[in-house]
Design a protein around this ligand. Structure first.
Ligand SMILES: [Zn+2]
Length: 458
């Protein structure tokens, strides 16, 4: 068939024949999103799925995985091709914007005890006020014993909340800019309100007392056996409470927290587990710390990924050098794109904006203002992927994040590119990205999985 001369992106919904399969996939995705709200929970889920599917931590085996500190995980499947031909690699990130407890979080203010927080990643602060939040994380005792924390998810569990100013007193705040009106230092979570019933200092208003904090510490000790000092070394994160769910009358969207970038983790993992083993060696790496610049032992700039490949070069590689493997590797930096916002269309350049429902989106480059800080894919690699998807009739699109000089952003692509491999950003678009309730199209979820799988099976 003659290809049309003009290019038009395709709407995934129009190409779908089996809607029930899309619904089933979205249902499993919703369950995953509801269960995995932190990097630790996501990595634990991924490791569990890999182990169940027969992946081993023994790198002499054909399907292997390794995690580091429960916050990043690498997995690979050996293909027929020699390792010197490199991997088909998909990289995504498991961390999401949230509010972390400060090291000394507890503070008694008139009437309440609050937890002081320091936000993690790019948030719009006002979105975190006046909504139910759950606590997730881990408390580690001096003897190394770990106490996992998940509180506020089950219907009978209490939730936590940052109070917002009532409109009656918000006159002055209304005239401020958003950045001035919402201070990071005021993102304090209400934890408790009732004083200890038998507080010895009851009624002695002149004496500096903290009856509510005293009560909270008694409760924490009774329920969990912890002291205030245990909180100092803990990792406690406040995240939006409650499950992800279908959105819209037609149930065509998934609404939920942390879809940046767990939609890519979910689809990349599914693709790795279910791809028909072809010639290619397949791998995924799921990193932590992307939202705060990818530094740290479990982020994309750490050597962990390199060490995994070095170890595989010894067991699978025969005489392939790691340089050979890296240089021959083709990678997808699997991260989300901001979809054209129907109410802020003027912030996008529409011809080069991502549309919900038009399939996973290529970003040839990221960065901002003259492509600064960007990794840019080469035309050869981009064209080969386009050909692969077209051959399998999988819809795709291409976008930049916002207008020139207005938007931009970064991904882990440049950290992969540092190894000399071919890499391109490719993932679904979201509405309300980085908010406590992001929206993804079920059709894009479907098409992204199909695309990642095609990449592995190529
Ligand atoms: Zn992301």
């Amino acid at each position: 068939m003659q290809k049309p001369l003009a290019y038009t992106p395709k709407n995934v919904w129009e190409t779908l024949t089996r809607r029930e399969e899309v619904d089933a996939l979205a249902t499993r995705y919703i369950d995953f999103l509801s269960r995995c709200k932190t990097e630790r929970e996501t990595v634990a889920y991924v490791c569990e799925c890999l182990a169940k599917a027969g992946f081993s931590e023994d790198f002499t085996k054909k399907s292997v995985f390794r995690s580091l500190r429960g916050k990043t995980v690498f997995a690979a499947r050996r293909g027929r091709n020699p390792l010197s031909d490199g991997f088909a690699l998909i990289a995504a990130h498991v961390d999401t914007p949230r509010l972390d407890f400060k090291q000394r979080p507890l503070i008694e203010q008139p009437g309440v005890v609050q937890a002081k927080t320091h936000y993690y990643g790019g948030i719009r602060k006002y979105q975190w006020l006046a909504r139910p939040l759950a606590l997730h994380g881990v408390i580690v005792r001096e003897n190394g014993e770990k106490l996992p924390v998940t509180l506020g998810e089950k219907p009978d569990e209490p939730v936590f909340c940052i109070a917002d100013l009532l409109p009656h007193l918000a006159q002055k705040q209304g005239a401020q800019t958003i950045n001035d009106a919402f201070e990071g230092e005021k993102l304090n979570l209400v934890l408790a309100h009732s004083p200890a019933p038998d507080t010895k200092t009851k009624g002695k208003a002149d004496k500096k007392t903290e009856p509510v904090k005293d009560h909270l510490l008694i409760l924490l000790h009774k329920q969990y056996g912890i002291t205030e000092e245990d909180l100092i070394t803990a990792e406690v994160q406040a995240v939006p409470a409650g499950p992800a769910r279908f959105a819209g009358f037609d149930r065509s969207l998934v609404g939920g927290y942390g879809q940046d970038d767990r939609i890519c983790v979910f689809t990349a993992l599914e693709a790795l587990l279910n791809a028909k083993s072809a010639g290619r060696n397949m791998a995924v790496i799921f990193w932590d710390k992307e939202e705060i610049g990818s530094d740290g032992a479990t982020g994309a700039t750490s050597r962990f990924f390199q060490y995994c490949v070095e170890d595989l070069s010894r067991t699978w590689g025969r005489k392939a050098s790691t340089a050979q493997i890296f240089l021959a590797t083709q990678a997808i930096s699997a991260d989300v794109q901001g979809a054209l916002d129907p109410d802020f269309q003027d912030l996008h350049e529409k011809q080069n904006a991502a549309l919900l429902g038009y399939g996973p989106c290529f970003s040839k480059f990221t960065g901002s203002r003259g492509k600064y800080g960007a990794s840019e894919a080469d035309a050869e690699f981009f064209a080969s992927l386009r050909g692969l998807l077209n051959a399998k009739s999988i819809p795709w699109q291409t976008a930049e994040l916002g207008k020139v000089d207005a938007g931009g952003g970064g991904t882990v692509a440049l950290h992969l590119a540092a190894y000399g491999m071919q890499v391109i950003d490719f993932g679904p678009a979201l509405l309300s990205m980085h908010s406590p309730f992001e929206l993804a199209s079920c059709a894009d979820l479907w098409a992204t999985l199909a695309a990642y799988r095609a990449f592995f099976e190529d």
